[in-house]
Design a protein around this ligand. Structure first.
Ligand code: ZN
Ligand code: ZN
Length: 418
C-alpha cells in the first residue's frame, strides 16, 4: 500500500519572505522606475528570487536578470574538472556585469550557500580559483566598491547553511530557525519594516556624525590578545546604514547592517590583533586568526584553522596584507545578542567590531565620489583584488579615538559605545 506523501511543515514563513523581498527592492536598492537589475542567487533561494522579481517589476524595473548558482555544480568542478580549470573564471560574465553597471543597472546579491562547501577540497585549487575569480571580477567590483550604482546584499536560509548554524536540529527545523533569525536581523519581523529601517538608519547616522565631527587620526583597539593602532586615512569619512550611490540613489548595501565603518590608512597600522569569530571565506572556515602589523602591512599571520587558505589569500597581491576597512559594532547589537554564530560575514560582521583586508571603499572619504584612484591612494586608501571582513570585537574590547595631538577619547568600553 502507498501512504499519502507526508506534508512537510512549511519551514519559511511566506509572509515574512515577501516582506523581505519588498524591503530588498524598496529599501535595500530603492530601485528606480525604469532601472534594470541583476540578481545573483543560489538556486535554492528561488522562492525569494521570484518574490524579488515580482516586486522589482511592480516598482517599475526595466529588465530583471537573475543569475543562479548551485552548490553541486560548484563541487562538480572540484571533483571532475582538469587542473587548468582552476586558473580560469568567466571573465566575459563579469565584463558584462561591469558594462551593465556602467549603464546604471542595479545589483542585488542573495547569499545562503553552505559556508563549508569547499572545506573538503584541495586548498591550493580553492585559492587558485578564488584568485582567478577575483581578477575576472575586478571590473565589476570596482563599480560596486566605488558605489557607482545602488546595490544590496541579503540572505536566504539554505539548508546546508542552516544545519551549520543549528547543528542539533533536523534540516527543516534548522531552515525554519535560520529563516526567523534572518527575518529578525533584517527587521522584517516588525509590523512596518520600512519604518523600522528609517529609524535604524537615523540611529547609525547619529554615530557617523559623532565620529566625523571628532576626526580621529587613529583608533586604538585593546583587549585579550589585541593591542592594535589603526591609523585612519587622511580625509576619511565614517559611513553606516543608508548610502547614496554616485547615480544619486540612496540604498542600504547590506541587509542586515549594524556597523559604522571607514577607511584605515594603508601604511599606518601597528600592533597585533586576534580574531574573535571564525570567518567563512569562499567555502573555507578560517578560525583563530592572529596577525601582527608593521607599517600597515601584515608581517606575521597565523590561524588555528584554515591557515593555508589565509596565507594564500594574503599573497593575492600587495594590498591583500593591508587594511581596507575598520568597522565599529557594539556587542549589544541585535545580531550579537541572538548569540548565534552565522558562519556568514553578512551577519557575523554585524555582531562585532571588524577589520577588512584589501580594497577600501572610496566612498569613505570626504568628497569620495569625486576622487580619482590616485587621490584615494595618496590619502592612504588601500587597493587590492580582495575585500575580506574578519571579526575582532567582543565584550572585552576597548577602543580609543586618538587625535592628532595624541589626546584620547573613549569610543568603546567593554564592547559598547562609551
Ligand atoms: Zn564591514
Ligand atoms: Zn567590509
Amino acid at each position: 500500500m502507498t501512504f499519502p506523501p507526508q506534508i512537510a511543515p512549511a519551514p519559511i514563513d511566506p509572509v515574512k519572505l515577501d516582506k523581505l523581498a519588498v524591503l530588498a527592492v524598496n529599501v535595500g536598492l530603492q530601485l528606480q522606475a525604469g532601472q534594470d537589475l541583476i540578481v545573483t542567487a543560489p538556486v535554492m533561494a528561488l522562492p525569494l528570487v521570484r518574490r524579488i522579481v515580482e516586486h522589482a517589476y511592480r516598482a517599475g524595473a526595466g529588465l530583471v536578470t537573475p543569475l543562479l548558482s548551485d552548490e553541486d555544480v560548484v563541487l562538480s568542478r572540484y571533483r571532475y574538472a582538469p587542473d587548468q580549470s582552476f586558473d580560469r573564471a568567466a571573465g566575459w560574465l563579469h565584463e558584462g556585469m561591469a558594462k551593465a553597471f556602467a549603464a546604471n543597472t542595479a545589483r542585488m546579491a542573495i547569499v545562503g550557500d553552505d559556508p563549508l562547501l569547499l572545506s573538503g577540497q584541495d586548498s591550493a585549487k580553492v585559492a587558485r580559483a578564488s584568485k582567478a575569480n577575483s581578477i575576472a571580477y575586478q571590473p565589476a567590483l570596482e563599480k560596486i566598491a566605488d558605489f557607482e550604482i545602488n546595490w544590496t546584499i541579503l540572505a536566504y536560509p539554505g539548508a546546508a547553511w542552516a544545519s551549520q548554524v543549528f547543528p542539533g536540529d533536523d534540516e527543516a527545523i534548522a531552515v525554519g530557525k535560520l529563516a526567523e533569525a534572518i527575518f529578525a536581523a533584517s527587521r522584517v519581523d516588525q509590523d512596518d519594516p520600512v519604518a523600522a529601517w528609517r529609524t535604524h538608519n537615523a540611529a547609525l547616522r547619529g554615530r557617523t556624525e559623532w565620529l566625523n565631527a571628532r576626526r580621529f587620526g587613529a583608533l586604538h583597539f585593546n583587549g585579550p590578545g589585541t593591542d592594535l593602532t589603526v591609523g585612519l586615512a587622511d580625509g576619511h569619512e565614517w559611513h553606516g546604514g543608508a548610502s547614496t550611490a554616485k547615480n544619486g540613489v540612496t540604498c542600504n548595501p547590506n541587509i542586515p547592517t549594524e556597523e559604522v565603518f571607514t577607511t584605515p590608512h594603508a601604511s599606518r597600522v601597528e600592533g597585533h590583533v586576534v580574531s574573535s569569530k571564525p570567518l567563512s571565506y569562499q567555502g573555507t572556515l578560517i578560525d583563530g586568526i592572529a596577525v601582527r602589523f608593521e607599517g600597515g602591512r601584515i608581517v606575521e599571520a597565523k590561524a588555528t584553522r584554515g591557515e593555508e587558505v589565509l596565507l594564500k589569500v594574503l599573497d593575492t597581491d600587495e594590498g591583500a596584507r593591508r587594511l581596507g576597512e575598520v568597522a565599529l559594532v557594539p556587542y549589544s547589537s541585535p545580531i550579537s545578542k541572538s548569540g548565534l554564530l552565522f558562519f556568514n560575514t553578512l551577519f557575523d560582521e554585524n555582531a562585532a567590531c571588524h577589520l577588512a583586508l584589501g580594497q577600501c571603499y572610496s566612498k569613505c572619504f570626504l568628497d569620495g565620489a569625486t576622487l580619482t584612484p590616485e587621490q584615494v591612494a595618496a590619502r592612504g586608501g588601500n587597493k587590492s583584488l580582495i575585500h575580506i571582513d574578519w571579526m575582532i570585537g567582543s565584550n572585552e574590547i576597548d577602543v580609543d579615538g586618538i587625535n592628532a595631538d595624541g589626546n584620547r577619547t573613549p569610543v568603546f568600553r567593554r564592547g559598547e559605545w562609551a
